[in-house]
Design a protein around this ligand. Sequence first.
Ligand SMILES: O=P(O)(O)OC[C@H]1O[C@H](O[C@H]2O[C@H](CO)[C@@H](O)[C@H](O)[C@H]2O)[C@H](O)[C@@H](O)[C@@H]1O
Length: 392
Amino acid sequence: MKLCIDLDPMDPKPNLNPVLTDATPLTRSRLGVPSGLSPYSPKGATFPHGTMLAIPRKKTGILDDFRSSGWLDAMKSSSPTHNKVSKDLGHGIGSPDAAYSTWLLKFPSALASFDQITNCAKGKRIALFLDYDGTLSPIVDNPDCAFMSDNMRAAVKKVAEYFPTAIISGRSRDKVYEFVGLSELYYAGSHGMDIIGPPRQSNSDNHPDCIRSSDQQVVEVNLFQPAAEFLPMINEVRGLLKECIKDIEGATVENNKFCVSVHYRNVDEESWQIVGQHVYDILKEYPRLRVTHGRKVLEVRPVIDWDKGKAVTFLLESLGLNNCDDVLAIYVGDDRTDEDAFKVLREVNKGCGILVSPAPKESNAIYSLRDPCEVMEFLTSLAVWKSSIQAR
Ligand SMILES: O=P(O)(O)OC[C@H]1O[C@H](O[C@H]2O[C@H](CO)[C@@H](O)[C@H](O)[C@H]2O)[C@H](O)[C@@H](O)[C@@H]1O
């Protein structure tokens, strides 16, 4: 299958119904862990039927003054040092390694827990969801150079032979496809606001924001762009952002199609406030856009009730895997935006989140992996496990 269609989102325009909402705060409690996947539970997982995709209407978010908005704190803590996170989680005493070991009791390594995961997966259909930056590729200073290794690509390719696999990224779909380069995967760019998935098999086949199409190899695919009507606004704001940060050394703006990233990783820390203030001031004029805080990046996105969690639900529905008890969805990610997906999997009791982090962090995930190298090992193990049970 070759997933290279790119319909012009403005033509023809689907019947769009983006819905205004507040930013979703990160839920800090650990909710709804499937019993078989809890590190403390010996039982097999039981998954109730999944929820239907619903887009509830909520009110728009209004920004407070920059200084009291908490933005600067969020910018500073968006990629905190190991020691700082350990202290925040109450592991201030002892070495970082000791803090990490303590944290692993709560978020066990998916490698160390591999047997538990595969026991839970027995007789189930696995669907795999992978974040890109910090998960499949290491975090680097230049976002244009966040290449994934050939070994990682081979591991993803292998595992995708056995399980439906989707990449879910904050990047534009085109960009992440360019990095990954595997046509057999599904891709969701712009934090899930630009999905190319399989033709939908569920009851909601007639979703208003879906366009059925065929790619160059005449394989039917489904394009879903719930924020398409925001494109002119996002383009306008991207221009304004570029203009206002152009004199701040190290600051850059990245086009993620339905989202815009303002990077400050390479900006002197004293100037972070200026970056934040500029973005804040511009967004004051655009109440239908909001910001989420990523790793040394401000991510400007439409105020619609759509995120990586919704994208996972959408793809599971498209794959015909949503209302089944025999499905285990695995989502691997490292970022705050991945928490929405971890949370959905917990709530619908349909799988597990795996947080990629070299440092203790609060999360809705169930398991953890330290870095992209461990992600590669995990993916390889999954493929080996599946091929071994198929050979029996
Ligand atoms: O959802 P993701 O695939 O994790 O994308 C989130 C953001 O990732 C990228 O930025 C991050 O990685 C860069 C390269 O390693 C790094 O330089 C930057 O500091 C990180 O924030 C991407 O460039 C952003 O547009 C994405 O929103």
